[in-house]
Design a protein around this ligand. Structure first.
Ligand code: IPE
Ligand code: IPE
Ligand code: MG
Length: 250
């Protein structure tokens, strides 16, 4: 368990330890090329590969990718089923490579609606890579921030019925799906929309936000480096004043 990032202040100029990304814009990428939306999802997998390498090379310890939200079931059935097939294919093809590169793989989200074969591939990938230490790649699949918080409250109260009358926010954190990681330092959303779309609601409280109009399939290592450079120029204050921070680092 990590101490909340709102308690430790990272130095200005440091590489973000945890980068969380909403990979948006696949459908529009395809539409601009007169291709079906699913062609954009396919190209999106290539961008995922590049960004994993980029993060591992830059020393990012945790990379979290939003692949499918709890609201994405509302999409046309054939697009949903294509996304599931693509996820399975990517797992079959990529997990061994992640393992070779010493990357730990994890999935967060409600897996109960997924096909047993997909769940099996996820669990097998998690098991194989569990002890890898270079970087942790978390894929958020059928994930929703509100689901995560509700689930955490339920699990916490099952263990601590005495908290029903009230509890400290710090008491809840260990029950969240990503309790194994520090809170994201940098949030990136591609595709031009400026919203969180029910991603890591609890954990993004003090995360630096970065939005780009680039569509996800066009997001490459250079685009990632640009986002990290933007992050490195920011002063994170967590409620304090700039003067206090400067005095503390002198
Ligand atoms: C993001 O791209 C991928 C998923 C949500 C699975 P979109 O499919 O949302 O692409 P746009 O936003 O329609 O362009
Ligand atoms: C957010 O993208 C979810 C993922 C990238 C998986 P959406 O494209 O589904 O978000 P909204 O619906 O436009 O907010
Ligand atoms: Mg979208």
């Amino acid at each position: 368990m990590f101490t909340s990032s709102t308690k430790i202040i990272p130095e200005v100029g440091a590489v973000p330890r945890h980068v969380a990304i909403i990979m948006d814009g696949n459908g529009r990428w395809a539409g601009r090329r007169m291709l079906p939306r699913v062609a954009g999802h396919k190209r999106g997998v290539e961008a995922v590969r590049e960004v994993i390498k980029g993060c591992a090379d830059q020393g990012v310890e945790f990379l979290t990718l939003f692949a499918f939200s709890s609201e994405n079931w509302r999409r046309p059935a054939d697009e949903v089923s294509f996304l599931m097939q693509l996820f399975m294919l990517a797992l079959e093809q990529e997990v061994a490579k992640l393992h070779q590169n010493n990357i730990r793989f994890k999935v967060i989200g409600d897996l109960s609606r997924f096909e047993p074969r997909l769940v099996g591939l996820i669990r097998e990938g998690e098991r194989l890579t569990a002890n890898n230490g270079r970087c942790t790649l978390t894929v958020a699949a059928n994930y929703g921030g509100r689901w995560d918080i509700a689930n955490a409250v339920r699990a916490m109260l099952a263990e601590h019925p005495e908290y029903a009358g009230g509890f400290d926010p710090d008491a809840l954190a260990p029950y969240l799906a990503m309790a194994y990681a520090p809170e994201p330092d940098l949030f990136i959303r591609t595709g031009g929309e400026h919203r969180i779309s029910n991603f890591l609601l609890w954990q993004l409280a003090y995360t630096e936000l970065y939005f780009t109009d680039l569509l996800w399939p066009d997001f490459d290592r250079e685009a990632l480096a640009a986002a990290i450079r933007s992050y490195q120029q920011r002063e994170r204050r967590f409620g304090r004043t700039s003067e206090q921070l400067r005095a503390a680092t002198r």
